[in-house]
Design a protein around this ligand. Sequence first.
Ligand code: SF4
Length: 577
Amino acid sequence: MTQVFLGMPHTGGWRTEVEQPEDTLRWGPTFPEGAHKTLANTQMRRNLGHATRTIRSKRAQRVAEMPDWEDLRNAAEAVKFEVASRLPELLEQFEANVTARGGIVHWARDAAEANRIITDIIASKGVDDIVKVKSMATQETNLNEYLADRGITAHETDLAEMIVQLADDMPSHIVVPAIHRNRSEVRGIFLDRMEDAPADLSDDPKELTAAARSHLRNKFLHASVAVSGTNMGVAETGTVSIFESEGNGRMCLTLPDTLITLMGIEKLVPRFQDVEIFSQLLPRSATGERMNPYTSMWTGVTEGDGPKEFHLVLMDNGRTKTLADPVGRQALACIRCGSCMNICPVYQHTGGHAYGSVYPGPIGSIITPQLTQGLADDDPVHTLPFASSLCGACGEVCPVKIDIPTILVHLRARSVDVKRRMVPDVWDVAMNVSAPVMSKSSLWEAASQTVKASALLGGKDGKIGALPFPASLWTGARDLPVAPSETFRQWWRRTHPEGETPLSQVAGAQTGRGHADGFPADPPPSPDKPVSGSASADGEPTPAALDARSAINNPEPIAPETSAPQAPAGSTSEEEL
Ligand code: SF4
């Protein structure tokens, strides 16, 4: 029988699900609507699950080998706190130093002003083609679209950004913008959209990278203007830096005659020495590398070396409003490492596009509503702080110790406060009615007695079925068990007549002798030995109490159930997610 080799399909079946938005900070519907759509994309979820697992595992290894990781995090937190406290003064110092070294500093109040400044500089050079280094700031201002509308083509040179740009897609991760694509899809995008892609291109990562390299080399060699963002600006020297892995940044920052850098005003560190802290935290957190392969730093312009003209655009775009919030301002400390996304169970399932902002994941949920001040009910971004289970994993991995869960709760409260000025809804009424009862323990106890009457509504299985509105909001989709015959307070009083947990019971729980439901085993009453006290008559701890404390302070190690490799010491519980 003759066999015909059909080869690989021409494209990898890629399809872009989102449209190019005008406002890249709020392009989508609400988060629940966005998530509903992305959850149906099983291919995207597979790609995302694989990629985030890989990055988490690499990060955990690199963090585990750093004995001073927590010290570094504390130091980074302190530096960023100092920046937030001295921002105006540091910005002026930074501007003075950049100018003194031959750079030209521009100030932009918002995205529109930043785009206008950058476009005017490019137009003044008489070019309609520029190269770009990956930059979240230019994503935030939607610079590429703005330039395209004025006849200027911006070529993204970071591999993942290039994939997103070729596919007319939107980024879904701040470090790995094409994390939702697999290599088969990338092959399809290259074949369909990259004019000089080899016709026999396979989905081998080496071949894909080689095709991208040859495509980009041509752009680098012909560009006379480059646009970049920055990872850090150093106030005391006027130095600007880019940390990257591919070398495309180095090419953009050194070959063109004119370099334009867009920088959010929060991206400062006060001293050059502070770079040491972030240069250890950032690569390990972002890509699981000990050190990123390319770190470029430049200060103004240098005769005969690199660009002849350097423009720095310092952009506010909602940052001073964020700074005005004493809780929310912590979000400005973000160094855009992406760790909080890689560990977030919500992000891992919904993907970045569900957030409808170029800043997805936990950091997106706290920075987007603050930059846009979109906390009102009719603004889709007001739903972002609710896109979290508040498990706390994001705060644990954040290299600058941003307390993301607290900010999420704070922004939820702000959103509710904004809403309070409008017509109250059913929740407002319910909360207002129940607040006096919940604030007084005697009223609460009396009210909880009436809940027992729910047993009358329950079936044989102890569950309450469909109820009329407004209870149907709950029972329409969930089981509602009937209340137990005994309230927690009644149980506590019955089992703890002395009002406190006997230490012997706590010790029993620690050594696994408690009930299967987690409560300590009830010890037999002993007429000659008090069970609730931890001290003898002379005030010294009893031997039993000492044993109990020792058990609490030194719990027996729990043997692993399987021989699977354990997470390195010091790592978080990332592998379990
Ligand atoms: S909030 Fe923290 S973990 Fe998340 S991207 Fe920013 S620095 Fe990284």
